[in-house]
Design a protein. Sequence first.
Length: 236
Amino acid sequence: MGLSIVRLDLSGFENLPSHTRRCVFWEVDPATIEQSLATPMFAETASTTTAIFESEFDKEAWVSGLLLEWGTCAQLAVDTTMQSVVGTAFYAPPARVPRASHFPTSPVSHDAVLLTSITAEAGFTEAAPILLDAVVSDLIQRGVRAIEAFGIIGADDGIAELISELCTNCMMDAEFLKDSGFDLVAPHPRFPRFRLELDEGLGWKSAVEGALEKLVIEATMELTSRERKVDALPVG
């Protein structure tokens, strides 16, 4: 199994994983989502699904606008065997991310680009630090001084503290950001904000490599454990 990293362009939008292609948790103003919640079509699904965040049209329009006006806004991890997208990383100027101003630890610093999400399909967790590496490399080449990101603590506990429900699939675990070399700049028990300076040499690279090594070790331990269980099964 191998991975290649490519930049998202308009021709590649339709190849994004289903949820990533449709979810507009970051890209649409929460006030607009709240108005949608009041409509009958969302009455039964809003409290139990992420359907309230789904609009492929709006997501494609957001991506298209950024590509034309700002440049690359996402990196994709592609499984070279299946030729399918198995991971994504999205980033943009904070002013182009409506959700950003609604976090208790906002605003994002004026000199930073906001990393909104890094996601990986099941079985491809090693893609996350590789995608971050690609984001950092791209932004350094473009002269960006820093990356900031909102982390989430306890992503699976079902608590919703924002104006509308969370799409935890599109948020990054705070531990991942810390392990990847981000510094905590705005503490919060639920939504801390982190910052990665890009003008301090290559310190970020060792942190990303460390995060990747940690994931590889965990995956190896899990595989070894499974093999031992199989070997222990009685024959016949």
